[in-house]
Design a protein around this ligand. Structure first.
Ligand code: F6R
Length: 587
């Protein structure tokens, strides 16, 4: 949520322009407004606007040091004035912020009494004025650290200070990473911002601060205000991971990348899988948790485990608390997350840890808070996911957990073979005939306001994920149901021509699902089958390969593509759906 990017010692003396370019790579984190500040001669200059960065340019002057932000609004409407950065009264301190300052009202009242003038409605502006106040008697580093300690809530801040010509940043709950290039130093909320300059990085921990100056980067502990040793790591990310590579959108690129990222999960760390398998066989309870797409991965995994005779629970992280009392030391909590920074997931994990559970993080991004909280990390290795809508991270998490379920049933090698073959089968699936059929289906459904989806057993979580992709990318109301739910009320929604997707597999519940389809058809519904077989019930068939319990992967990829084509057709931005941000770091 919110993107932060700063540069010190820009090699072209065009720091503002380069910060703007880097922010375009972070726009998935928030796109209500953007702003850049630059140190130019005797002052800080700022350019900020509402709306997406898109092709934006800035007329800001040249300079070596700049700091910018893309905003996902929390406090204060989406206006130019509320866009970050925010200045203090002297206009020598510019602040950008990711998070929510829960006690900003009381801080603001105190500062107003001391004569500070506020120009925005944001919680962020209090940070700039509080630093100004403290810097009257302290060094700028002390002033920033002490201000940060006063802020309540989960926050990351970055401060551009004119006097010291530095960028100072503090982290508590929202991600920050520094990059060390050749004489240039970078601060960002995610690596893609500076990946074209360097892959030598340090991910800040909660309670840490960095000071970037012309002579380098220093790491501090915020509480003690003492300097710490900065231990760098080199990431194996390639530049193309953060580029569209000829695709019109990151979303489409990432959907196609699944043909490789799914089979790649078979190179999982087997030691970790064996350790977890032992524990599960030894009677550990299993709880699977996550938010949104990750919660559907949790639910699908529950079906995978059940197929192998293993009991588990799937609980959305935002509904975790009432059930946390059942957690004990013999519980494995699988926290599933692309970003590893989702506030609701982290809250659930912290509660589970307090109750003695072992935490297994099933994550994609590296260096996250969740990774640090976990006892075991299952890194799914899908690479940077830039589109806001999750695709490849989801299928890699699902595939990783499927592999674990096969290991528990002593069928790990068989599981790996199936997942490896899946890559080839899915590559064949995405042939021009299928793509044209999806484009035609999207054209026919473009003006619909409502559509419904049904599925049973493993295809039930598939309908949840399929529907979410349609909602997120096209803004069409798509509502998923368990096929069995239909007769219990839902069927009233069906009218003549109502589109209804029927997700089915060649399995023991196929006939039941087809009966539900025929009940919808009898009421005039338009039935679009997503299945590996023909049926009289289907008005349209999007044929998927028969992959047994893995058919869910094909059905979901169909949903991702259909959502994409519907979104593009309706003029939405598939990479940045309205109102959303990639990592939801607020409750
Ligand atoms: C859907 C989507 C969201 C995320 C959810 C959790 O396409 O992206 O539903 O899945 O916000 O995010 P992570 O996985 O980062 O914890």
């Amino acid at each position: 949520m919110c993107g932060i990017y700063g540069i010190i010692n820009d090699k072209n003396n065009q720091a503002a322009q380069n910060v703007l370019e880097g922010l375009k790579k972070l726009e998935y984190r928030g796109y209500d407004s953007w702003g850049v500040s630059v140190i130019s001669r005797d002052q800080i200059k700022i350019d900020k606007h509402i709306g997406k960065i898109g092709e934006a340019m800035t007329n800001l002057p040249s300079g070596l040091i700049a700091l910018g932000h893309t905003r996902w609004a929390t406090h204060g409407g989406v206006t130019d004035l509320n866009a970050h950065p925010h200045l203090d009264c002297t206009k020598k301190i510019a602040v950008i912020h990711n998070g929510i300052v829960e006690n900003y009202q009381e801080i603001k009242e105190e500062l107003i009494k001391k004569g500070h003038q506020f120009v925005s409605e944001t919680d962020t502006e209090v940070i700039a004025h509080l630093i100004e106040e403290k810097a009257k008697t302290k060094t700028i580093n002390e002033a920033v650290f002490e201000t940060f300690k006063i802020l309540r809530g989960s926050n990351a801040i970055a401060v551009l200070d004119y006097e010291s010509q530095t960028i100072i940043a503090c982290r508590n709950g929202s991600p920050l990473v520094v990059g060390l290039g050749q004489g240039q130093y970078f601060l960002a909320s995610d690596v893609p911002a500076f990946l074209k300059e360097t892959n030598t990085v340090y991910f800040l921990n909660d309670g840490e601060a960095v000071v970037l100056s012309k002579s380098g980067v220093k790491l501090f502990d915020i509480d003690s205000e003492k300097e710490k040793i900065l231990t760098l790591q080199t990431l194996d990310w390639k530049l193309e991971d953060a580029e569209k590579n000829g695709y019109p959108h990151f979303l489409l690129k990432e959907i196609y990348e699944q043909l490789k990222t799914i089979p790649k999960t078979t190179s999982i760390n087997e030691k970790e899988i064996n350790k977890l398998t032992e524990k599960i066989k030894g009677g550990y309870k299993i709880i699977l948790t996550g938010c949104g797409t990750a919660s559907y991965c949790a639910l699908a995994t529950k079906y995978f485990f059940a197929t192998q005779g293993v009991e588990s629970q799937a609980i959305s992280s935002y509904e975790f608390m009432p059930f946390s009392k059942f957690i004990d030391k013999k519980t494995l909590v699988f926290a599933i997350s692309q970003s590893g920074e989702t506030a609701d997931t982290l809250i659930a994990v912290k509660e589970a840890k307090k109750r003695g559970a072992e935490i297994v993080a099933v994550i994609n991004a590296r260096g996250s808070t969740l990774e640090r909280l976990a006892d075991t990390v299952l890194s799914v290795g899908a690479g940077p996911e830039i589109a806001v809508v999750s695709t490849k991270a989801f299928t890699s998490q699902l595939s990783t957990l499927y592999l674990l379920s096969t290991a528990v049933a002593d069928k790990f090698e068989e599981g790996k073979n199936k997942i490896n073959k899946l890559g080839t089968v899915l590559t064949n699936l995405l042939n021009p005939v299928l793509i044209n059929r999806l484009i035609d289906t999207a054209k026919n459904l473009m003006n619909e306001e409502h559509m419904y989806l049904i599925g049973k057993h493993l295809n039930y979580p598939a309908t949840l994920e399929f529907a979410l992709k349609i909602k997120e990318t096209s803004y069409i109301h798509a509502e998923p149901f368990a096929a069995g739910e239909l007769k219990h009320g839902v069927i009233t929604l069906i009218q003549k021509g109502t589109p209804c997707f029927v997700l089915a597999s060649q399995d023991e519940v196929k006939d039941e699902v087809l009966s539900s389809a025929s009940e919808i058809k009898a009421r005039g519904g338009l039935i679009i089958g997503v299945a590996p077989f023909e049926s009289n019930e289907f008005d349209v068939l999007i044929k998927t390969p028969d992959l047994g319990s893995l058919t869910i992967f094909a059905n979901i990829i169909v949903g991702q593509l259909l959502g994409y084509y519907l979104g593009v057709g309706r003029g939405a931005d598939p990479d940045k759906p309205r109102n959303l941000a990639k990592s939801v770091t607020v409750k």
